[in-house]
Design a protein around this ligand. Structure first.
Ligand code: SF4
Length: 276
């Protein structure tokens, strides 16, 4: 029996479709994953703000029919923090690429983690700057080719989830486009977490990263994601050598700590009003 498809068109600005992404880009899968998570939680579109910086992933704010903000490179979390401080009742979701989140926006990233402000950050990690021509980013693996590393990248790459964990995020998880249902679940849990959540989704840029790294077709990229991924449970039983070149997926952090706007309300506003 054919599976019944849910109609998610109410979450889209259909007048801006077709989108500008290259055929086979993984970003559309993550956009739909966010939509499914929002739909499953029954979030009110008018009480949900979606913020992005710059890059191919940032286009989702043009296509999705929420309160949206397309900001400057690396500054999505700064804008999102302002929204959350002014309107703590809103659900605030940020879409960011690997370069946007961890290069230009690296400082905003660690400080949002440290503050534990109730924002859900979805990082579209395709290991490259797609929109600007395929330059290497802070997550490009050592030895990979990019337009700015024609002989192979020599910079060690950031592990986004470990970085988020060390900086204090209270929900941290990684999935990939190949297993997109897992991403739906993590994004849902991230939104439900009353604090700062980081969901890294490994995605693909066949046009730049794939073409330069023997992953020319979208199918090659998906097969690669499947082959290199190891669940966190399985990884615990593997040696360091066995884990070389693998990408661990799963939940890294899921804990409860006081949220920033609540703290602000209680301590700062409370003191200013002489309540404490
Ligand atoms: S350049 Fe890469 S990341 Fe950008 S739309 Fe094309 S495939 Fe996707």
């Amino acid at each position: 029996m054919a599976r019944k498809e849910t109609d998610y068109s109410k979450y889209l600005r259909l007048e801006y479709i077709p989108h500008i992404w290259c055929p086979g880009c993984g970003h559309g899968s993550i956009m739909k994953s966010i939509i499914r998570a929002v739909d499953a939680l029954g979030l009110d579109k008018d009480k949900t703000a979606l913020v992005s910086g710059i890059g191919c992933s940032s286009r989702i704010v043009g296509y999705m029919d929420f309160n949206t903000l397309h900001t400057t490179h690396g500054r999505a979390l700064a804008f999102a923090t302002g929204i959350k401080m002014a309107r703590p009742e809103l659900n605030v979701i940020v879409a960011s690429g690997d370069g946007d989140a961890t290069a230009i926006g690296g400082n905003h990233f660690i400080h949002a983690c440290r503050r534990n402000i109730d924002i859900t950050l979805v990082v579209f990690n395709n290991f490259i700057y797609g929109m600007t021509g395929g330059q290497y980013s802070p997550t490009t693996p050592i030895g990979s080719y990019a337009s700015t590393s024609p002989y192979g990248n020599i910079d060690p790459s950031f592990n986004i989830c470990r970085l988020a964990e060390a900086a204090g995020a209270t929900y941290v998880a990684r999935a990939n486009v190949y297993s997109i249902a897992q991403a739906d679940n993590f994004i849902k849990k991230g939104i439900q977490n009353k604090g700062f959540s980081v969901i890294e989704v490994i995605t693909h840029c066949p046009t730049y990263y794939g073409r330069k790294n023997k992953l020319k077709t979208p199918a090659d990229n998906l097969r690669w994601q499947k082959d290199v991924s190891v669940s966190i449970q399985k990884a615990k039983k593997m040696s360091e050598d066995e884990l070389k070149g693998k990408i661990i997926t799963g939940e890294f952090v899921n804990k409860t700590e006081k949220e920033y706007t609540q703290k602000y309300e209680e301590f700062v506003i409370g003191k200013a009003q002489g309540k404490i």
